[in-house]
Each structure stands twice: as C-alpha cells, then as structure tokens.
Design a protein around this ligand. Structure first.
Ligand code: NFS
Length: 661
C-alpha cells in the first residue's frame, strides 16, 4: 500500500485514474482539497448558541479558554461528542423503528408482500420478552413481539427490554453508574437537551449520558433491527457471494441497492426474478437483471441471499463511473449527495426511496411496505428502461473476489456443535488453550482521508497472522470481502497456526462477516454467550476482545464505539481524535471508562500502533483471566473441535428438525 494510493479497494485506483484523466471529481479529490478545520477537528468549536461560534483555542486553551457563556474546552468537547453519539443512535434506531413497525404491519396482515420467514427466531425473541408463544398463532405472537419492541422507543421510565440479555455483572455495572437506557427517544432527546446552551457542563456527566444513549443504540435500536430483520427475512447462515466492481454485468440490467434499510432490497430480490420482469429486460436487449448492492443495504441482502456487493462507502461514486449501473436506489444513511452530480456524466438513474431523504437531481419513488411489490416493479422498470441508454463510456472493471458471509450468532452457535449441542464451548476452549489468542471486531466505514480500505486490509492480515479471530460488519466487511479475505482459504494462507487449525476444523474463514452495522449487535450477543459459557470472563468486560474502526467517519460509528466501551470492550478508532483538544475528556474516555466498565475509546491514527494496542489489550486480558500465555504454535489441552462430518453424525442420530438450526 503506497502512501499515494487513494483507495486500496480492488479496482478502485484504476477507476479513479480514469476519472482524473477526464476531470471527474470524486470524494478523494475533495478530501485532498478540503483540509479539516483544525478547531472543529479537536472538539474546540462551540456552536450551540448564536453568541458564537466560539473558538476555544490558544496555548493553554484547556485551562484558560472560555466561550462567551464561560463554557470551558472540556465542556465543549464533551458536549460535541455527546451530540455525535445522539445522532448516530438516532440513525440506527430510526431504521430499527421502521423494521418494528413493518413487523407489526405484517402481523396484522397489512403488508401482504412480506411474511414471517424465521418462526424459530420469532420464538427466541418472544422468549427474551417473556411473551407466550407455545400453541399460539404465529401472527399473534409477532404482533405481541412488535408491540413490545416498539415500547423501547418511547419508554419514559424503567429499562430497555433487552438489557437483561447482557451478563448479570455487566448489567450491575450499568446500574451502578446510571447508564441503563430507558427508551431510545428519551435518551436522544435528553442528550440534545443537556447539550443545549446553559444546561449540563460537567464533562464526565455529559459523557455518562453519552454512554446511556449509546447503550440505547446497541442494546435497544440496533438489536431490535437485527432481530426483526432476521424474523422477517431469515437468520443468516453461510452463503457464497462476490464482491467488487466486477459484479456489474455488461449484458444485463444492473440495479444497485445502496443505503441501509433492507425492506425494498428484499422485495427486489423476488421481483427481479419474476418472468415478466426478465422478459421485459430481454425486450430491451438485456440478457437479464442483475441485482447488486452497496454499503449496508448490500450487507443485508448479501447475508441472506448472496446478492453481490460492489463495496463500501468510498466505492459509491466509482461504481457509477464504471458506466454500467442503470439505476441505483438509495434510502437512508451514508449516501453521498455527490452521486447525483456524478450520475449526470453517465446514464445512471439515482432513485431516492425513503420519505426521510431526498437529493436534488435524483428521481423519487417512495417505498411503502403496504404496496412493496408494486413499488419494486416500478423501480425495476426504470432500471430496465434505462439499459438502452447505456453508452460505451465508463471504466469497466471485471475483477471481483469470492466470499463467504452470513455468520449470525445462531449460526456460530450451531457450527460449534450442531442443532442439539450448539454452544460457544469450543470457541471459549480454543481461547483458553491459546489456539485463538483473542477476538477483534473489525468494523466501521472506509474513508477517503486515508488509503481507503487499506487500513482494514493491513489490520485484517496482521490480526489473523497473530491468531486473532475477526468478526466484521459494515464497510469493514466490504473491505475484507473485495480483498478476497472472506474465504476459508484465507485461513490456510494467512492465519497463524492456531487460528488456522480452528478454521480448518470448522471450515470457516478467519474473518466472519456478521452483517451490516446494525448487526454489531450480534457481537454483543456473541460476547454475552461467551460469558455465559464460562471459562473466560463472566461479564463482557475482561474478555480478550477489542473493537477496531480504523477508518470511521460516521457519527453512527461513534455511537457503536461507545456502546462497546460501555459494554466492556476496549475500542480503538483510527484517525485523529474529535476530543483531542481536551486531555480531561480523553482521560475520561480511556482511563475512567476502563475503571468503571472495563471498556474504553481510543483514537489512534497510526495503524501499526492500533495493532500493537489491540494485542496489548488482548494479552492483558488473558493474563488477568490467568489463561495460558499466548505463544504462536504452542497450545494447551482442549476439547476436540467437531468438524462438519461429526456434526452431521449427531444430526442424524437426533430427532428430525426444521431448518438448519
Ligand atoms: Ni456503518 Fe453502513 Fe459504511 Fe460506515 Fe456507513 S455504510 S452503517 S456508517 S460508511 S460502515
């Protein structure tokens, strides 16, 4: 990875250069031209009232600088940071709200094009919510589940429903420090109130509300979204797919779903296969209709249907520059408004589909779950009608990478023992024996301010070489996927000896793609299951586990980082710290949070240092847990891991069952 590379994503550099030779501007050019504001970058700009904006700068700014109202730099930095958490939480949770209301509509028979696909998951969730399900109509259970989950948004007092899914000790820490979230809307609203001019001025107190708000994201909003999506569309299990710009087909209509919400994308998966639609495409000279994705909408349909992904955040303009995308639907979040501008130079139609988001220069076809197929067909027709307008211009890329995705909590449990003996015992044992040194959640965005996806690639390779199992989500997964890292072969070629053995025995890649960014909630449930299994820590805190978001850019990533920190996971973000101006705030987020929750949030731009810090945290946790000292290639005794054949034997011996797990 040379310093001059703008993107390390497969094929990206070629498209960027092609665009540069034609003066087509992308986020990479804008990032170069537009240096970050040095005052805002360190959290020292306060613009919460109209006496300012106040710039808290100077030699001894932390001690001496004051805004017009007298606000200090630590107050301002903490306040700005809390607002980022609130915005990120609002985004994930509003998406979750839409999912919960769709489940309710399905249960009431009002969204006829959707159905409950995973009844087993519905029952599992009903169980968490103490809702009776035995002998009841599926839709009646679904209605109760949806209504109970919807309570989590508007609850004013008490605790979120899923809080009790965390290990007891983790819950105790939260209660002790007053960070158990009540309802999503209440926490976001209170965060905005507290950061309003003249309210909360104590940095620690502000950041404590930050953690409560972040927990509302992780354990309420995001977890609801993951569970409801599984109920409606199926809990993911391993599936093969492909990634990168090579997924676009020259002789087919290319329809790309971009954004975050899975509802329209799921219906499109059905509709593009309808014979009338395929015939229509043929009538326009195409061989068929090729559905692909981008960012997290891509991850949702990749996990469940193997729909290929064109990559993450920084690939969106480049995708259009291939000249092969006939239509791109965009719903909410991480959509660059620049895509409508760039689409003018090609034939691509950008279609906004959410009532919440419009972009000048885009068509608007609003999605409505009550007439989902009708809207989906309208969109497919727009794409097909646009196929003949394709010109020969564009930077075509044919290269793509194979991948395996679809690792849900439920599947990971199943793969460690089958339907009847599924557990987290083998993973815990492998960690105890030192075969697996620890676990890293490698997640978050890709970013044009660094060689985009390059930091993900570097860390992924180094971590698995060090026998660290990776669970990935969001654009981190897209980065690993298009690099070809999400295959079992990667374990053989690149993983350390212990991790390689574990991956070989189970037949999995050393990097497990867990889904979209809202599916970071799967990491919370996996960590809780590992704590319950025993032998490691009895809470999430203290596990040999670290979260890394090396290229983050979205406020959503900040909310995620904070809910992991509050749950007990040390987290390292790349790039410069948005609270760098205040050592007091930095200390709270690193030392104070570690003392209270065993989690922390660091910012470190140097990828080598991120790696070293992650390994240090993991080894320190191993030492605290009195686990065998990690030595490459040397392991302690552990149970024999079951391979696929052994699992099938158990399956055969057991009673017949429905589904795979
Ligand atoms: Ni996550 Fe998904 Fe990507 Fe970052 Fe955006 S798409 S929700 S925020 S950029 S990982």
């Amino acid at each position: 990875m040379s310093q001059h590379v703008k993107s390390d994503a497969r094929g990206a550099e070629e498209i960027i250069e092609w665009g540069e030779s034609r003066n087509i501007e992308t986020c990479f050019d804008r990032a170069e031209k537009l240096k970050p504001c040095p005052i805002g970058a360190v959290g020292a700009c306060c613009k919460v009232c109209h006496m300012g904006p106040c710039r808290l700068v100077g030699k001894n700014a932390e001690e001496e600088a004051r805004g017009v109202c007298g606000a200090t730099l630590p107050t301002v930095a903490a306040r700005n940071f809390l607002r980022m958490i609130a915005a990120g939480t609002a985004a994930h949770s509003d998406h979750a709200r839409g999912m919960a209301f769709t489940l309710l509509a399905v249960a009431k028979g009002e969204a006829k094009d959707f159905k409950i696909t995973d009844v087993r998951k519905l029952y599992r969730v009903a169980g968490y919510l103490n809702i009776e399900f035995e002998g009841r109509e599926v839709n009646a259970v679904a209605k109760d589940v949806a209504e109970k989950l919807i309570e989590d948004f508007g609850r004013q007092k008490g605790e979120g429903n899923f809080i009790t899914r965390a290990p007891k000790k983790t819950q105790e820490r939260w209660r002790k420090w007053g960070i158990v979230p009540r309802g999503v809307d209440r926490e976001v609203c209170e965060a905005m109130h507290r950061t309003n001019i003249g309210v909360d001025h104590d940095p620690d107190h502000l950041l404590t509300q930050g953690l409560r708000t972040a927990l509302a994201d992780g354990w309420l909003g995001s977890m609801i979204s993951t569970d409801v999506t599984d109920i409606l569309f199926g809990t993911p299990k391993p599936i093969k797919a492909e990634a990168s710009f090579g997924i676009f087909k020259e002789d087919e209509v290319n329809l790309i779903v971009h954004g975050h919400e899975p509802l329209l994308a799921e219906i499109l998966v059905d509709v593009v296969g309808e014979p009338e639609m395929v015939e229509y495409a043929k009538s326009k000279g195409a061989k068929g209709i090729n559905l692909g994705g981008m960012c997290c909408t891509a991850n949702e349909v990749l996990m469940r249907h193997g729909i290929p992904t064109a990559g993450g955040f920084t690939n969106q303009e480049l995708g259009i520059m291939t000249g092969l995308i006939d239509a791109m639907t965009v719903d909410v979040q991480c959509i660059m408004p620049a895509i409508t501008e760039i689409s003018k130079k090609f034939h691509t139609k950008v279609i906004t589909t959410s009532e919440k988001a419009k972009i000048k220069g885009a068509m608007h076809v609003e999605f409505d779950e009550h007439r989902a197929k009708e809207v989906a067909r309208e969109i497919v027709k727009i794409a097909v009608d646009n196929f003949p307008n394709r010109t020969a211009t564009g930077s075509h890329i044919t290269d793509k990478a194979p991948l395996v995705a679809g690792f849900s909590h439920e599947y990971i449990e199943y793969m460690q023992g089958g339907t009847w003996r599924g557990s987290f015992r083998p993973l815990n044992d492998a960690i105890i024996a030192g075969r697996v040194r620890g676990v890293v959640g490698l997640a978050g965005c890709d970013n044009p301010r660094v060689p985009s996806t390059g930091l993900h690639h570097f860390l992924a390779k180094e971590l698995i070489k060090n026998d660290i199992l990776i669970v990935s989500t969001g654009c981190g997964s897209a980065a690993c996927g298009s690099a070809g890292f999400l295959t079992p072969e990667t374990a053989l070629e690149q993983a350390g000896p212990g991790l390689r053995e574990v991956c070989e025995a189970i037949g999995i890649p050393p990097i497990l793609h867990l889904g979209a960014c809202v599916d970071n909630s799967r990491i919370l449930t996996i960590a809780s299951a590992m704590a319950a299994e025993g032998g490691l820590s009895d809470e999430i805190g203290g596990m040999p586990a670290v979260g890394i978001a090396p290229e983050w850019m979205s406020e959503k990533a900040i909310a995620i980082g904070c809910y992991f920190a509050a749950s007990g996971v040390p987290v390292i973000f790349g790039g410069d710290s948005p609270v760098e101006g205040s050592t007091e705030v930095t200390k709270i987020m690193t030392e104070v949070w570690f003392e209270r929750y065993m989690g922390a949030l660091h910012f470190e731009p140097d990828p080598e240092k991120i790696l070293a810090m992650a390994i240090k945290y993991i080894d320190a946790a191993r030492e605290r847990l009195k686990l065998r000292k990690y030595e490459p290639g040397k392991f302690g005794a552990e149970r024999v891991l079951m391979d696929m054949a052994a699992r099938r034997e158990i399956e055969k011996a057991a009673k017949p069952h429905i589904g795979i797990y």
